[in-house]
Design a binder for this molecule. Structure first.
Ligand code: AMP
Length: 399
């Protein structure tokens, strides 16, 4: 039994065929990527148990891309209609105030996701493209939408409401929605068992540090705060996004810098963060530059760590008592320097990392704090595709 997981972007589709009962570290049966949709040259890559297929050809539409991917899979006996696929799980970025739980996709659900486009003008249309094409190509399999915002749908109002004019905020649906919810839920739900604790009495901070980065404070299974906001631009310093900045900077760039809103959008989303300060967004390159005593890389790293510590500190206060701090995603799982520096010198708050445990290679969930650390520090690999596969299979099984 498998789930097909689809993450459809504006010019790409990522997909996996996953056994929902697999372990978090197990490789999917199939993973694939359709790239450069709508551009003169396109590419479909499919990785399967016997190797890898690459087809280079123009991919005018999402439909052509998915058809090409399925054609490759069919030729290997791994097509979605050849395998026992019980659900198709679609990653949908914005569920607004409408969706908290995964939803079986019927026409009204697609319409509601469409109505949320103003909140995610870049993401939801591309997610809908993926849903429509996949439903057309696989009409007999249940399709399920899994929302990136879902886990944070019921944040306490004090954490979700922005202190801007309530009438304007209401009219424009402005509030903190939070993103990476599937990952925060997946990771935070594993922590109690790893610590042999009751989930109903576990207070934790999850640091999802990938190219995008976010953190959350989770009390007894429920998130009480998270760093991303109306959009995924807020919060921590990220690979290319600025994270929290003084909103006055936007007026300044408009009035004094002569920049348009689209230019500022591009600047803050794609040319800022670690890349904006150092020229690179990959932490392996950043580390190599720091070792070469590159001052820009050093500054970028310090700004990144400083912002991370601000959030850790504020979530410790929000939670009152913290049982666990967990690192996940590309940087969090692999970069021991980031983990060390994020929690350095916090012994008086009961946080003590073991250098030896922290230096162990990334191979599954592990505790990296010392035995006498009151707050346990963990690394728990995330697997958003597996989480989506599990949620989709669960919804489909109810039918
Ligand atoms: P993600 O968005 O979770 O896929 O994370 C991608 C990011 O993880 C990359 O841009 C790198 O900055 C970082 N990363 C991946 N592998 C490593 C590694 N071995 N050491 C440090 N950073 C890494």
């Amino acid at each position: 039994m498998y789930s097909l997981v689809i993450n459809s972007g504006s010019s790409s589709i990522k997909f996996q065929i996953v056994d929902p009962n697999a372990g978090a570290a197990d490789a999917p049966l199939v993973s694939g990527l359709v790239e450069q949709i709508g551009e003169p040259s396109g590419c479909v890559t499919v990785k399967h148990p016997d190797g890898k297929e690459v087809a280079q050809k123009p991919i005018p539409t999402h439909k052509v891309g998915l058809q090409e991917a399925f054609r490759i899979l069919d030729s290997k006996g791994l097509g979605p209609t050849q395998l026992d696929i019980t659900a198709v799980g679609h990653r949908v970025v914005h569920g607004g105030m409408v969706f908290s739980e995964p939803e079986l996709i019927v026409d009204e659900v697609v319409e509601k996701i469409r109505e949320l486009i103003p909140l995610a003008p870049l993401h939801n249309p591309a997610n809908i493209d993926g849903i429509e094409v996949a439903r057309e190509l696989l009409p007999d399999i249940p399709h399920v939408a899994v929302f990136d915002t879902g886990f944070f749908r019921h944040l306490p109002p004090a954490a979700a409401v922005y202190a801007i004019n309530a009438e304007v905020a209401g009219k424009n649906q402005i509030r903190r929605y939070g993103f990476h919810g599937t990952s925060h839920e997946f990771v935070s739900s594993q922590v109690p068992a790893l610590l042999d604790r009751d989930p109903a009495h576990t207070r934790q901070i999850v640091l999802h540090l990938g190219n995008g980065a976010s953190c959350s404070a989770v009390a007894n299974g429920q998130p009480i705060d998270t760093s991303m906001g109306l959009t995924p631009l807020a919060g921590l310093v990220m690979g290319t996004r600025c994270g929290d900045i003084d909103p006055g900077i936007i007026f300044h760039l408009t009035r004094q810098g002569g920049m348009s809103i689209d230019e500022i959008d591009n600047l803050l989303n794609r040319q800022s963060g670690v890349k904006g300060l150092s020229g690179v967004n990959d932490f392996r390159q950043l580390r190599a530059m720091i070792e070469d005593e590159n001052q820009d890389a050093w500054m970028a790293y310090n700004v990144y760590i400083n912002q991370l510590r601000r959030y850790i500190g504020s979530y410790m206060i929000a939670l009152g008592r913290v049982d666990a701090i967990t690192f996940t995603a590309g940087v969090g799982e692999n970069d021991r320097f980031v983990r060390r520096d994020a929690l350095d010198n916090l012994e008086m708050y009961g946080i003590k990392i073991s250098d030896e445990r922290n230096a162990m290679p990334n191979d599954g969930p592990r505790i990296i704090s010392t035995d006498d650390s009151a707050v346990k520090v963990l690394v728990v690999p995330t697997n958003e595709e597996l989480a989506i596969a599990q949620k989709a299979a669960k919804v489909a099984a109810r039918m």
